[in-house]
Design a protein around this ligand. Structure first.
Ligand SMILES: Cc1ncc(COP(=O)(O)O)c(C=O)c1O
Length: 440
């Protein structure tokens, strides 16, 4: 038997197509397969040596840069010493990391909020745990979730996911959906603000639940929904309404966390809300598998009554990577970089909107941006075909984007936080060429 890896495009594509299950086939975005061989910071190289600027950040997992040397060496040093240590034993690396993560959380006006951490292997595991925690703490079963939300692939996480393409039949129930406060195409019209959507939460609690709820899950900025920011007052108002019905406010920071929005470490901070539970994953490990539920101490407490064991939760190799990620965000001033470079990219995207009718909306903040393609600016009919054409054409310009949105009509940009101002020109010029070709 040989374990040698065949590095050709054809061989890899043929082998994957033959041996991967059907469940992994749909999720191949490009018409032609791509095989990446190397990554460094915000760049990728394919198997034929072609360089790309990565605006997808491997689905927002690469926070501080591909194969960032500090993260890689922290993980390697730990892996060589002890790769895995099951959670029943004490280990200093996850213990330090838990302390460091909680230090990033707000402590409230009286400084008395205490936070605790439960490490998981992935975001969906963390979402499942947050759902269980909210139900255990409140004694209520019903949860609220937002339409166009994405919270993960497990059955529980799918049950609070509001995009049909990501939901399989037969997911668990006791979830009521509220309209997402989309300020471009939301049900209450353009720039309707938070108020009608907060009323909608109250109405939904009153009409679609027993009147008492376990909580609401809110992505501080919806990612796969097509970069939908929560309008001012929404997150804090939602927390108020849900708490009045006995529930908790749960922030999903899997995409919006770790400084990505530029203004704050956590997306929820934009509205001054202090969540009861915060879910994080992806960028936490810069590509190493890791997730976490960070909860107020008293809310996590009832979970002590039963065993709950995530085999790779608190894995020291991933946690060593996570600690290095926090250091690099701080030392390389990546939150500030996200703010500056994100603002420059947003400006270039806005200029493109001025020149291409097919762009209906440009939005986002920091390095969490999107353009939405429409067939007609007044009807706002989503245009997934032009989106797909631009997406393919930017690949040829050496830029990797992501298609997203409930109708696959948005091009999402969530690069590693080290993207530079020079990259902004590469990306905007590449998009310009792609849009010109797609509109011709
Ligand atoms: C906002 C959000 N929450 C949760 C998840 C689930 O995370 P994971 O894929 O690590 O299970 C994702 C994954 O894309 C996500 O984008």
């Amino acid at each position: 038997m040989t374990t040698e890896t065949q590095w050709t495009l054809e061989d890899t594509a043929a082998r994957r197509d033959r041996f991967y299950a059907a469940s992994q086939k749909k999720f191949v975005p490009f018409r032609e397969p791509m095989v990446f061989r190397k990554g460094s910071m915000q760049y990728l190289w394919d198997v034929e040596g072609r360089k790309y600027t990565d605006l997808l950040g491997m689905n927002v997992c690469i926070s501080v840069g591909h194969s960032h040397p500090r993260v890689v060496s922290a993980a390697m040093e730990q892996a060589q010493e002890l790769t895995h240590c099951t959670t029943m034993f004490y280990h200093p690396v996850p213990a330090h990391f838990a302390e460091e993560l909680t230090a990033t959380m707000p402590t409230g006006p009286d400084g008395d909020i205490e936070w605790v951490v439960h490490f998981t292997n992935s975001g969906a595991e963390a979402i499942d745990l947050a759902m269980t925690m909210a139900r255990s703490y409140t004694g209520n079963l019903d949860l609220l979730a937002l339409r166009t939300a994405y919270h993960g692939p497990t059955a529980a996480a799918q049950s609070i996911t509001g995009i049909s393409g990501w939901r399989h039949p037969g997911m668990p129930g006791n979830v009521a959906f509220v309209a997402e406060p989309n300020q471009y195409r939301g049900i209450f019209g353009e720039n309707a603000g938070a108020a009608p959507y907060l009323d909608e939460i109250e109405r939904t609690i009153h009409t679609a639940t027993p009147g008492r709820v376990a909580g609401i899950f809110v992505e501080s900025v919806q990612g796969y929904g097509g970069i939908i920011e929560m309008p001012p007052g929404y997150m804090s108002g939602a927390a108020e309404r849900v708490r009045a019905a006995g529930g908790l406010y749960i922030a999903d920071e899997v995409q919006s966390g770790f400084g990505r929005t530029g203004d704050n470490m956590w997306g929820f901070e934009a509205d001054g809300v202090i969540p009861d539970i915060v879910v994080m994953a992806k960028g936490i490990g810069n590509g190493f598998p890791l997730g976490a539920v960070v909860a107020r101490k008293q809310i996590a407490a009832p979970m002590a009554e039963k065993f709950l064991f995530h085999t790779y939760g608190a894995n020291p190799t991933s946690c060593a990577a996570g600690r290095a990620v926090l250091e690099v965000i701080h030392d390389d001033r990546l939150q500030e970089n996200a703010k500056t470079v994100g603002a420059a990219l947003l400006q270039r995207l806005t200029d493109l909107k001025g020149r291409y009718e097919a762009i209906g909306d440009v939005r986002g903040r920091g390095l969490m941006l999107a353009i939405e393609m429409v067939k007609d600016r007044s009807s706002k009919e989503p245009d997934p075909d032009t989106t797909a054409a631009v997406f393919e054409a930017t690949r040829e310009s050496g830029v990797i984007l992501s298609k997203s949105g409930a109708y696959q009509s948005c091009l999402r940009m969530v690069p590693p936080l080290c993207l530079s101002l020079d990259d902004v020109d590469t990306v905007a010029d590449g998009l310009d060429r792609a849009l010109a070709r797609a509109s011709a």
